[in-house]
Design a protein around this ligand. Structure first.
Ligand code: IPD
Ligand code: CA
Ligand code: CA
Length: 266
């Protein structure tokens, strides 16, 4: 099977999972929300969405490996067959509050590199998809990053990690710096969708810390295939861990990195 054929299975799988989320939205009462940590919510819908994705992918790709947020799995850094990296519901906090910004993120990673990726937003009916070397598409139409060239005209996105109440570095110092030097900074609450929006040219750049591979795997591919750049804070392309990520249209990448270097945690 080539990447395009694999992508079409990933897309229909994301649509199936998205339908489950759409049916549950916005009726999931906060009282039905569990917590994995102090501020890290999980709902029955996260689990239901993941079960569909995992079973569908196992059916089509019985030899592949899986790393999924709620049920875990293999280490994407270990060599072996392709590994599917899955966030069944990115934006659970939004979901649990009826705030309509969330997505399903599915990527296939080969040799530590995302090669097939889909981010599907079931509430707005948008599907962002890409294959390595095959370009990036929004609902089947080619998509490209924005042409904005300077940070002072850039519309950015970020987020704050789940250990933000206690960690010495909770990303607020970087926000303080970048909010002063850009046109605006949004905290949408769904990192995979933030990355998809960079790829679609809606955001010019995005940075975050302590994300997980399932938050970024598909989005990294979308951004790169749409003509942008995704790196860690040193500008290195290996950012699949999600530990540090900057994604942008490319033009403003060094400017963001420079501010991050000068304005990290104090
Ligand atoms: C979260 C969202 C959020 C980011 C968090 C993620 P979840 O994912 O992507 O934007 O700031 O760090 O964990 O828990 O809703 O899948
Ligand atoms: Ca997530
Ligand atoms: Ca999730």
């Amino acid at each position: 099977m080539n990447y395009e054929q694999i992508l079409s299975i990933a897309i229909s799988t994301a649509h199936e999972a998205g339908a489950v989320i759409r049916r549950a939205f916005p009726r999931t009462a906060l009282s039905h929300v569990g917590f994995k940590g102090e501020v890290n919510p999980v709902t029955e819908t996260d689990t239901a969405s993941e079960a569909i994705i995992v079973s569908r992918l196992r059916e089509f790709f019985p030899d592949h490996r899986i790393l999924a947020e709620e049920s875990g799995g293999d280490d994407y850094r270990r060599s072996g067959p392709p590994i599917w990296v899955i966030d069944p519901l990115d934006g659970t906090n939004n979901f649990a509050h009826g705030f309509p910004l969330l997505c399903v993120s599915i990527a296939m990673v080969e040799d530590g590199r995302p090669v097939v990726g889909v981010v599907h937003d079931p509430l707005h009916g948008e599907t962002f998809a890409a294959t390595a070397g095959g370009g990036a598409f929004l609902d089947g139409q080619p998509m490209h990053v924005s042409p904005v060239e300077t940070l002072d005209r850039a519309f950015l996105a970020t987020g704050f990690p789940y250990d933000r109440r206690t960690a010495a570095d909770n990303n607020v110092a970087r926000l303080d710096r970048l909010v002063r030097h850009s046109l605006g900074v949004r905290r949408g609450g769904a990192a995979a969708l933030d990355l998809a929006y960079v790829a679609a040219g809606r955001f010019d750049g995005f940075w975050e810390i302590r994300l997980a591979p399932w938050d970024v795997a598909a989005g990294i591919l979308l951004v790169r295939e749409a003509g942008g750049r995704a790196t860690d804070f040193d500008g290195e392309p290996d950012c699949l861990s999600g530990e540090q990520i900057v994604a942008s249209n490319g033009h403003i990448h060094e400017q963001i990195l420079q501010h991050i270097r000068q304005g990290g945690a104090q």
